[in-house]
Design a protein around this ligand. Structure first.
Ligand SMILES: Nc1ncnc2c1ncn2[C@@H]1O[C@H](COP(=O)(O)OP(=O)(O)OP(=O)(O)O)[C@@H](O)[C@H]1O
Ligand SMILES: [Mg+2]
Length: 479
């Protein structure tokens, strides 16, 4: 009984019970109160329909034979409720199995033959409520996933990104194949999902396949599916991804890695729109949209004979070409701030802002790993940062190496206050050393490395400068 969830899980479930027998209503109400459900009672069909239009219910438990409107009429009214009709269990007298079948056909979840033992009643009700809960959870998950893959979650201020977004928005309205190009980490996956979730196919599956990650021996079965026993290891019937994506989108990631013989088969499916599972004779019609992505130069692969030209032309209809992050530097700061906001909860950090000096450093780096690399840099820096502002000193060496040597007082403060066991005297000493080091760097830079001039700028002797920078005097440059 109530196997899937603890009784607590059903508390507050809203159930409408309709029956014209007073004693039965009382028994059912008592039984359902043991799981904490909120029960409303109707004494005939008319009252049941009125209540259905007045309150939301998760489940209706309804007798068939009632005055005014019978159980089937109540079922039809219940099915019209939007957006989510309640589940419906019809209670029938003995020998009315045809009626029960009709009810299932009209959308009833189940039927129960009267008289109903309380145990059986409870079991059926709990099974129905489990279904309601799964549907609610699925809807919530789906909403969470979809809200992640919307165009407004693709961040950036550059014209280059906005141009690509315009093409992607138009692509979402079409049904022709889309080819998404861009270096690793530029957002090919993100754009592909957003196109799907903005397309008329949004409510149907998005099936991602990494063409480079399937062993050659399994690739055909992965795409076409198979019949049980079609080959060793085919222990059950299985749909392939063409069928899985029916009505939706098939996302062929790393398309440049697809073996040549699979390319021929894909082209045939794109032309015929039919597939046959391995070991089957029946042809199954399939309706999917292709979005293919690659970080490799497909045109070059075609020239080298490693990618079929006919397939290339077939895919090369709508092209989304995402530029590398270094070619759209206006996107770096908005992206960094977006990553900071989005990661606060996951990383459980209190970092709230990024210092101007840290932003300047982030802005000047080249990001060979594109947005993914910026994401990793930001998250790592946030983990290292135990103050509420992310500073230059939290950024990795490779970023600082290319950053202009601009040091603000804030960085010094951050550097000395982020140490464990903070001690004011030691901190002031470190700050002095830090400021001195930076002034020397600045003087050396201003004097183009001339130690005599740098020493003059600093108002110290050359010997003292050498002492501070740890350089022996005999290595000094000729004056
Ligand atoms: N413009 C953007 N706005 C917000 N997040 C982005 C943007 N571009 C990329 N990202 C994020 O950067 C990360 C990498 O993006 P994605 O996985 O889509 O890249 P990819 O091009 O598919 O990379 P690969 O070629 O390595 O598969 C993801 O976390 C993605 O959400
Ligand atoms: Mg990807």
């Amino acid at each position: 009984m109530c196997a899937m969830h603890s009784v607590k899980a059903y508390q507050g479930a809203r159930i409408l019970v309709a029956d014209d027998t007073e004693e039965l209503l009382t028994i059912i109400q008592l039984t359902l109160s043991t799981i904490g459900a909120h029960v409303s009672l109707a004494h005939d069909g008319k009252q049941a329909i009125e209540l259905l239009h007045k309150e939301p219910f998760d489940l209706v438990l309804c007798d068939y034979d009632m005055p005014h409107h019978d159980g089937m009429q109540v079922l039809r009214e219940a099915r019209k409720i939007k957006p989510t009709p309640p589940l419906f269990i019809l209670m029938t007298g003995k020998g009315t199995i045809e009626l029960a079948v009709d009810a299932m056909r009209e959308g009833a979840f189940h039927f129960i033959e009267k008289p109903v033992p309380p145990d059986e009643l409870l079991e059926r009700v709990c099974a129905a409520l489990d279904n309601v809960m799964i549907a609610v959870e699925n809807r919530a998950l789906r909403n969470a996933v979809e809200s992640h893959y919307i165009f407004s979650e693709i961040i950036g201020n550059s014209k280059a990104l906005h141009d690509v977004l315009d093409v992607a928005r138009r692509a979402a309205e079409q049904s022709s194949p889309v080819l998404v190009l861009g270096e690793s980490g530029t957002g090919k996956d993100l754009f592909s999902r957003a196109i799907h979730f903005h397309s008329p196919r949004a409510k149907r599956p998005f099936i991602p396949i990494n063409c480079g990650a399937i062993p050659e021996s399994l690739i055909e079965s992965e795409f076409f599916g198979h019949r049980k026993g079609a080959f060793t290891g085919a222990i059950e019937n299985r749909k392939g991804c063409f069928e899985e994506a029916d009505g939706g989108t098939l996302f062929l990631d790393e398309i440049g890695e697809m073996p040549l013989d699979m390319q021929v088969k894909l082209l045939r499916v794109l032309e015929e729109r039919k597939i046959r599972r391995i070991g089957e004779n029946v042809e199954i019609p399939v309706d999917f949209r292709i979005i293919a992505a690659t970080n490799r130069p497909l045109a070059e692969l075609v020239e080298q004979g490693r990618f079929r030209q006919d397939l290339y032309y077939r895919l090369n209809v709508l092209i989304i070409n995402i530029p590398p992050l270094r070619d759209r530097r206006e996107d770096i700061i908005p992206l960094a701030k977006h990553i900071l906001r989005n990661s606060q909860k996951d990383l459980k950090t209190h970092v709230e802002t990024i210092s101007p000096a840290a932003l300047e450093a982030l802005q000047s780096y080249s990001y060979p790993g594109n947005v993914r690399e910026l994401h990793n840099i930001m998250q790592r820096a946030m983990l290292l940062c135990d103050i509420d502002r992310l500073e230059r000193c939290h950024l990795p060496a490779e970023v600082l190496k290319t950053a202009p040597a601009e040091h603000g007082e804030d960085d010094v403060i951050a550097a000395i206050t982020s140490v464990e066991n903070f001690d004011l005297k030691a901190a002031i000493k470190r700050a002095q050393e830090e400021v001195e080091k930076r002034l020397i760097e600045k003087a050396l830079a201003t004097s183009a490395g001339n130690h005599k001039q740098a020493a003059q700028l600093l108002g110290i002797s050359r010997a003292s400068l050498y002492n501070k920078i740890g350089k022996p005097e005999d290595e000094s440059e000729a004056l």
